[in-house]
Design a protein around this ligand. Structure first.
Ligand code: PRP
Ligand code: URA
Length: 210
């Protein structure tokens, strides 16, 4: 495989993935687990955020410290990406949030765009594009294209939960500059374009629309 993906390995990530994959998991537990998993992922993928020195005062003495120097932008791909936002905001409350609405046509599997909104000056922000499912890669490739062309964003980091090899290849071929992180690389797609073994339809399981 040509695509470069960083698979984040940790016992807690494995444990929470088992909960997400389990068909017995109800909507409430699915939502809270996706939130927790996103929190764990972002701790790893933000290791290279830039810092700047600040002079602060503890209750006892002046002290040199460091604080974030970059404005973080989270862009969930609707709908399922929404399930990743609150967990990450708990860790980075200063992050701004944009939205990309894309769904895939269930017959052609091609992405259909219906919403796009970014904060002003998004082009200068450190951008994390969130979608739990990287299946054919069509939705994420389309979302990346929008962030580049309409948002003027140059550096984009994709954060997924499950990725299929087919989708990774397609996303890498369309946007070789994009960094891709996932909690797990799954086996393949089925004939309907669902990830195997996967976790089913993520948006439906989050929002109870099965
Ligand atoms: C799902 C998922 C991804 C997309 C992945 O969204 O959340 O955005 O499919 O598939 P792809 O890699 O083949 O494009 P879906 O189209 O089901 O829309 P929804 O989140 O609104 O349910
Ligand atoms: N979208 C999902 O929600 N699940 C899949 O397996 C593929 C696309």
């Amino acid at each position: 495989m040509n695509a470069k993906v960083t698979v984040l390995q940790h016992p807690l990530i494995e444990h929470k993935l088992a909960i997400l994959r389990n068909r017995e998991t109800d909507n409430k537990l699915f939502r809270s687990t996706l939130e927790e998993l996103s929190y764990l992922l972002v701790y790893e993928i933000t290791r290279d955020l830039a810092l700047r020195p600040v002079r602060i005062h503890t209750p006892l003495a002046p002290c040199d410290a460091l604080q974030l120097a970059e404005q973080v932008l989270l862009v969930p791909v609707l709908r399922a990406g929404l399930g990743m936002v609150s967990g990450i905001l708990n860790l980075i409350p200063s992050a701004k949030v944009g939205h990309v609405g894309v769904y895939r046509d269930e017959h052609t599997l091609q992405p259909v765009e219906y919403y796009f909104r970014l904060p002003p000056d998004a082009g200068s922000m450190r951008t994390f594009l969130l979608d739990p499912m990287l299946a054919t890669g069509g939705s994420l490739a389309h979302a990346v294209e929008l962030l580049k062309t309409k948002g003027g964003i140059e550096r984009i980091t994709v954060v997924s939960i499950l990725a299929a090899p087919e989708g990774l290849e397609a996303l890498h071929a369309a946007h070789p500059d994009v960094e891709i992180y996932a909690a797990m690389l799954d086996d393949k797609l089925n004939e309907q374009g669902y990830i195997l073994p996967g976790l089913g339809d993520c948006g439906d399981r989050l929002f109870g629309t099965l």
